[in-house]
Design a protein around this ligand. Structure first.
Ligand code: 5GP
Ligand code: ZN
Length: 139
């Protein structure tokens, strides 16, 4: 399952060189070329999926445990104090490369704020309506 026009397919399968942190049969983990912080890594499945909705369940199930391993290595090997796990789906969510990938971003004490948002406002009625809509749309 490859897309010949996809740069992450080429990187994940070793056709284009990358700074590889980890590799197994299903994934390659590389350093991001435009890092948000030192060690910013991308988990790339070797198969092509546009986003998490298209992904195989077996692949998706492995993503979080692998992100945890990478995050632990960031703490042990780079002195990170924490890390963010970020995964963008769709242009409006900030996705720019349409091959499923998970960002693991090390965070250092005193480093810049990122992956943050201003808390909005809501009320119990709106929460109830929204929960109802979501519940009804779940597959
Ligand atoms: P997205 O915005 O789609 O969630 O994230 C795409 C990420 O891929 C960005 O952080 C960007 O810096 C990174 N990126 C794009 N092209 C390349 C590349 O050719 N090599 C590497 N290592 N990272 C890339
Ligand atoms: Zn791809």
């Amino acid at each position: 399952m490859r897309d010949e026009n996809c740069i992450f397919c080429k990187i994940a399968n070793g056709e284009i060189p990358s700074s590889t942190v980890y590799e197994d049969d299903d994934f390659r983990v590389i350093l991001d070329l435009g890092p948000a912080s030192k060690g910013h890594s991308l988990i790339l499945p070797k198969n092509h999926y546009r986003d998490i909705c298209e992904s195989d369940k077996a692949v998706s199930e492995k993503l979080f445990p692998l992100a945890a391993r990478i995050g632990k290595a960031m703490k042990a090997g780079l002195g990170a104090n924490g890390f963010n796990v970020v995964q963008n789906n769709g242009t409006c969510a900030g996705q720019t490369v349409f091959h499923l990938h998970v960002h693991v971003i090390p965070r250092y004490e005193g480093g810049p704020a990122m992956v943050a948002w201003e808390p909005g406002k809501t009320d119990p009625e709106e929460l109830s309506q929204t929960a109802k809509k979501l519940k009804g749309a779940m597959e």
